[in-house]
Write a protein that binds this ligand. Sequence first.
Ligand code: GTP
Ligand code: MG
Length: 201
Amino acid sequence: MIINSAEFVISNVDYKKCPVSELPEYAFIGRSNVGKSSLINMLTGKKDLAKTSSKPGKTLLINHFIINEQWHLVDLPGYGYAKASKTMRDKLKGIIEGYVLFRQQLTNLFVLVDSRLAPQQIDLEFMEWLGEQEVPFSIVFTKGDKQSTSQLNANVMAYKKKLIETWETLPPIFVTSAEKGFGKDDILNYIESINAQIENV
Ligand code: GTP
Ligand code: MG
């Protein structure tokens, strides 16, 4: 898929205030600082579209972007920012859960995990919860440029092995670098193929 246009639409704290629209929607979630906003900028080719920061806790709202006037892309706040107050963490959890559970247009959630780390309990539990709630999701490994290709491949293999312990089938998996741009076509083509299926229904 070629991105011809990518525009910010609106930010919200509440899924109920999100745009009234029938367009398919793809959202990006994961731990704070994992690289959600950077990935969105890489995918759209607009480096300042979503706000990024080297400090965790940058994105605190549900941010809608419209792509090619055909589908919505959504940047979500991160979960599990250990240094945030409990009140803040609970608030973000409420925003994320409300959006994930009740946003009818949500077509696929991309769950981002840091490719350098061993599987983290918080991510595995979040995916289990998605499974229980029957929310379709894919896994995106981020920051692939921050280690050697062989280490990256070994980490992805180890992650799959861990998932196979609890999942019968693996979700789609993408390996990316916002810095180097790899993984872009895989993700955009995946979104395009789902959009095409929806159109044909
Ligand atoms: P919150 O909004 O706080 O939840 O964070 P986020 O998940 O949106 O992360 P963000 O995109 O703001 O990136 C966090 C930091 O990681 C920034 O300093 C980015 O430059 C860096 N980063 C993100 N993706 C990559 C990547 O693929 N490679 C490298 N080298 N750095 C990355
Ligand atoms: Mg962000």
